[in-house]
Design a protein around this ligand. Structure first.
Ligand code: XLS
Ligand code: NI
Ligand code: NI
Length: 447
């Protein structure tokens, strides 16, 4: 499962070796304390449960720039006077060196973080084909696999009014160029999933927006993409990544519930699932585990973008996950649905602008992997060894037999219920026992 170390010619992360599992007593900052890829938890290894992926954009393209200042990190692969394509080649080597030293089995990319963008369609397609050829060689050399590919339909100014929801058909068609190329690339690289994050699919003002029309166009576009993907042999899941706002004031893929409804309304629910990002869930006013649960209940939890927001900030800070309550909550949902495959846990997260050492990138991923590994251990123990599932089952026991079961099966009408209530009298009070459940989680976190 874990990839082999890639031996490129240049070392972009000198002095950092393959990250090893050293256990909870290790003081080595560049070692796993919990994540032990081959350790068995229940019916599979940690690596098989967690299916970690590193992302290309934040880790190898994002240099720390924010609206108040330029980048704070000068990457060696961006140095020198080489062409954009030469720099993209160097970046690819750096990325695969990082992936393999970290021991993360999957990666994810957007078309234009892997390969230089160009307004000329032929040049754009040629660049991407070239980089995909190189990426495929790196994958073969290392055993790395592609969790998902996607197209960036939000950075170029042509998409300022949206991509598939743009009021100008010419832009919708231009967006298709990138989705077609990114689908071709994903298939070529054996990607398990294909993601749509509708960065600017939404509106800034309803005064100038025909919302229903834009959403109908989005459904037509997704349908066309699905049909094309299937025609070229893509058998994986298409994934929608909900996010309520940012960059737009309102985005159509608001949250899990909205996306589930949208996909069902447009007949896309057989091919599409959801990629739930923690910080997007919290932006929409939900908890991470809430949006995971809604997706899972609909049979549509396909994959996870693992990160976290800042509780005091109302925007997408994309921090690396470190909160064990979050990871336990997430892994409970994942384990209850029987796993995440063919999805995975993608670190769609960026180190802080102030974190400027190469070591910080490793530390961030190590911390995130350990946090989810611990979440996995605790969630598994809660499900297997604690009274959690029994308590939850008992809470609903009145629907397991008799009239309760008949009601759940649709066999009791309102008059039947009236008669039952007359017969039964005032219901006995039953405690929700929330504090006991919370104590149970803490008890298992301490073990
Ligand atoms: C941005 C999104 C983005 C998607 C892929 O907020 O999380 O990174 O995951 O386009
Ligand atoms: Ni994301
Ligand atoms: Ni995000």
């Amino acid at each position: 499962m874990s990839p082999q170390v890639f031996t490129g010619d240049t070392t972009y992360f000198p002095g950092i070796d393959r990250i090893a599992f050293e256990g909870p007593d290790s003081d080595n900052p560049l070692a796993f304390k919990v994540y032990d890829a081959n350790k068995t938890i229940g019916d599979r290894t940690m690596a098989e449960h967690l299916r970690f992926a590193a992302c290309y954009w934040h880790s190898f393209c994002g240099n720390g720039a924010d609206p108040f200042g330029p980048g704070s990190r000068a990457y060696p692969w961006d140095a020198g006077t080489g062409t954009a394509l030469h720099k993209a080649e160097a970046r690819l080597d750096a990325a695969f060196e990082f992936f393999t030293k970290l021991g993360v089995p999957y990666w994810c990319f957007h078309d234009i973080d892997l390969s230089p963008d160009a307004d000329d369609i032929g040049e754009y397609e040629q660049n991407l084909r070239h980089m995909v050829t190189l990426a495929k060689q790196r994958q073969q050399a290392t055993g790395m696999q592609l969790l998902w590919g996607t197209a960036n339909l939000f950075s170029h100014p042509r998409y300022m009014n949206g991509a598939s929801t743009n009021p100008d058909f010419a832009v919708v068609a231009r967006a298709a160029v990138q989705v077609k190329a990114a689908l071709d690339a994903t298939v070529e690289l054996g990607g398990a999933n294909y993601v749509f994050w509708g960065g600017r699919e939404g509106y800034a003002s309803l005064h100038n927006t025909q919302m229903k029309r834009e959403q109908d166009h989005m459904a037509r576009f997704l349908t066309a993409a699905r049909d094309y993907g299937r025609s070229i042999g893509f058998t994986g899941n298409f994934l929608i990544e909900p996010k309520p706002m940012e960059p737009m004031k309102h985005q159509y893929d608001f949250d899990s519930a909205t996306c589930v409804g949208f996909l069902r309304a447009h007949g896309l629910d057989q091919d599409f699932k959801l990629n739930i990002e923690a910080n997007h869930a919290t932006l929409s006013g939900h908890s991470f585990e809430h949006d995971l649960q809604v997706a899972s209940d609909a049979g549509m939890l396909g994959s996870i973008d693992a990160n976290r927001g800042n509780p005091q900030n109302g925007w997408d800070t994309d921090q690396f996950p470190s909160d064990l309550y979050d990871t336990v909550g997430a892994m409970l949902v994942v384990l209850r649905q029987g796993g995440l495959a063919p999805g995975g846990l993608n670190f769609d997260a960026k180190v802080r602008r102030e974190s400027t050492d190469a070591e910080d990138l490793f530390a961030a991923h190590i911390g995130g992997m350990d946090a989810f590994a611990r979440g996995l251990e605790v969630a598994h123990a809660l499900l297997e060894a604690s009274p959690l599932e029994t308590w939850r089952r008992e809470r609903y026991a009145s629907f397991d037999a008799g009239d309760g079961l008949a009601f759940a099966n649709g066999e009791r009408g309102l008059q039947d219920l009236h008669a039952i209530a007359l017969r039964s009298g005032e219901p006995r009070q039953r405690s929700g026992r929330q504090e006991l459940y919370e104590n149970l989680v803490n008890q298992y976190l301490r073990r």
